[in-house]
Design a protein around this ligand. Sequence first.
Ligand SMILES: Cc1cc2nc3c(=O)[nH]c(=O)nc-3n(C[C@H](O)[C@H](O)[C@H](O)COP(=O)(O)O)c2cc1C
Length: 330
Amino acid sequence: MGMKDNGEFIDMRVDLAGMELRNPVILSSGTWGYGVEAPDIIEQVDSSRLGGIALKGIFYEPRCGNPTPRLAETSGGLLNAIGLEGVGVKAMAEEVLPCLHPRKTRIFVNICGTSREEYARITGELVQKAWDLFDVIEVNISCPNLDCGGMEFGTDPKSAAEVAGAVRKAAEGKPVFVKLAPLVTDISSIALAVAETGAEGLSLVNTYPAMLIDLDRRKPVLAKNFGGLSGPAIKPMALRAVCLVRKALKTHALSTAIIGMGGISSGRDALEFLVAGADAISLGTINFVNPLAYEKILSAMEEIMRDRFAQTGNPEDLRVRFWSGTLTLN
Ligand SMILES: Cc1cc2nc3c(=O)[nH]c(=O)nc-3n(C[C@H](O)[C@H](O)[C@H](O)COP(=O)(O)O)c2cc1C
């Protein structure tokens, strides 16, 4: 519940796969580290205004990631090929998650693997060693920056469902969200295959495979040649993915949760994703512009909702969960 407005309360709470989030704004994996690296920024974070944080992805073992340059700006976007530099599951369970405790917001642990078994092994260890220290397992089957693992599982419905099923089995009831690759022929069929395993949610979407060229050197800008594009440039494509997947889930009477992401930079962008069918949204690249952007975006969402209520007088306009999936296609 939030500030009073003309006798009505603004209510930003959402239900995400049976979990209550105080608001629908989450920070995307890989764009806010492990939430513990920058104590000065952390001090400024008002967790009571944040719905959740997805931590940087981990494999089973610690990893160094790709050589540099591995980040480059382009008009309207960011190209990255970090290659999942990460601390591994042991340090996640024994060092990172305890540091975030007692947690003040929902914590998503993002995992990646080179095999179905690795995904299940990471999950098993998290569940065993750190059950009380996190809320959701987010399964990245969509990283475009790996030689082995990641996206190869996210481009085919059968292998996506196999990974989702293996993680679900190992998760012992912890909610599982599967993060899908956007550059596929038919994202709905992959989403449906994953949803049919009983996975609680889908994170839509990861970055789009892309490249940048240094014309003078006639070389790719990134050391790995190719990377994943994020930021405002991908927003219209990400919106379409959310819209198509929500439609397909509805057609199959599945109520799988969706976290929408891809280029969200304003309150208006965030609400568009909700209207398209997301239950919550996630902020990625905008965090590199301002790590506290979530605060501004949340306030902007509230302002748009109040304006809408002032026009319609409909109290549902002040309750953000009623915005989800209200898009009508032509
Ligand atoms: C530098 C960087 C690192 C990322 N690392 C991860 C990661 O470890 N795991 C993951 O699932 N997604 C990762 N992503 C993808 C983001 O979580 C998000 O899905 C994507 O950037 C789209 O959102 P945006 O346009 O708001 O950035 C990363 C993105 C960026 C830019």
